[in-house]
Design a protein around this ligand. Structure first.
Ligand code: R5P
Length: 290
């Protein structure tokens, strides 16, 4: 067992929050007990972005990555149509929505999927975006509170996603600390946020585990590995990453490399090597026989 601060934090949080058995069991399906960390694959973008580049056919994108994923994040529509129920990967179910990328304000979200449906689908966690500091701050925070109450009734963990909509510049420690702490105070079991400068301060002010999103595709693989490495070193329990994995030409190499960083404390250099070793071999065209 890797004795990391993330492991200690998760164990401590579990004990101190007196989590019910059902919630603990579902959390353990995502945050894996041997390391206390998690590689989550974010594939829920379609709920407001439509057929996102390289997620046009979700099954085609998701299936090759499932063996290297602890949890896959999807909506119920993609879960039912594109993921084989025989797979043992745990599910993080997106349950908020009601907006589309065409509109300027993405914060006007409601709850799109009931807790009863989440239980029926046997998911390990439900996820909802909160939009702190926007016109719909109150609405999204009260939606979160409702979800946490229902989660307690059903033994279902709740993840808050500290969404920034199109205002990517909001991703700083001051704003993210505020949003993460508010979510924790409302009672979520886990938060997804962005990595930022002084990220350790965000972790310090948030008494529940944090995973980081990747955001839009970065310039290089090294940038992605560095982000994941810094995030776990500064206290994240893992990543919930999408575009920087499946928009890459070598998605399997990306997820294997990130998995090594998250679960094996691999360095950026190790990760780069894993990525290169897993490049798909190009098919050599057979010469046409006369
Ligand atoms: C937004 O659609 C979701 O919250 C994503 O799951 C989140 O942004 C993580 O995906 P990515 O790494 O592509 O930002």
């Amino acid at each position: 067992m890797i004795n990391t601060s993330a492991t200690n934090q998760f164990t401590r949080v579990n004990d101190e929050m007196g989590m019910d058995w059902g919630i603990q069991n579902r959390m353990s399906r995502m945050i894996k007990p041997p390391t206390g960390r998690s590689v989550m694959l974010a594939c829920d973008h379609g709920y407001f972005m439509g057929p996102t580049h390289r997620l046009e056919n979700p099954r085609k994108t998701i299936e090759p990555l499932l063996p290297y994923t602890d949890t896959v994040a999807v909506t119920r529509g993609v879960l039912r149509t594109s993921i084989d129920p025989k797979w043992d990967t745990s599910i993080l179910l997106r349950v908020s929505g009601g907006t589309s990328v065409i509109r300027d304000d993405l914060s006007d979200e409601g709850i799109t999927t009931s807790m009863r449906e989440a239980v029926r689908l046997n998911v390990s966690c439900v996820a909802l975006s909160i939009f702190v500091g926007t016109a719909h701050e109150r609405q999204t925070l009260l939606n979160l509170a409702k979800l946490v109450d229902e989660g307690q009734d059903y033994g279902m963990p709740v993840m808050a996603i500290t969404a920034v909509g199109k205002e990517l510049e909001k991703r700083d420690a001051r704003y993210l600390s505020l949003a993460c702490r508010i979510a924790a105070e409302i009672g979520v079991q886990i938060v997804k946020t962005y990595y930022c400068e002084d990220f350790a301060k965000v972790v310090e002010g948030c008494p529940v585990p944090i995973v980081v999103a990747g955001g839009p595709k970065l310039n290089s693989e090294t940038d992605v590995f560095q982000l994941a490495y810094n995030a776990v070193r500064e206290g994240a329990v893992g990543v919930d990453m999408g575009r920087n994995i499946w928009q890459n030409d070598n998605p399997v190499g990306m997820i294997k490399a990130i998995r090594a960083i998250v679960h094996e404390n691999a360095t950026v250099r190790d990760a780069t090597q894993i990525f290169s070793e897993n490049k798909p071999t190009r098919k050599v065209e057979e010469p046409i026989q006369a």
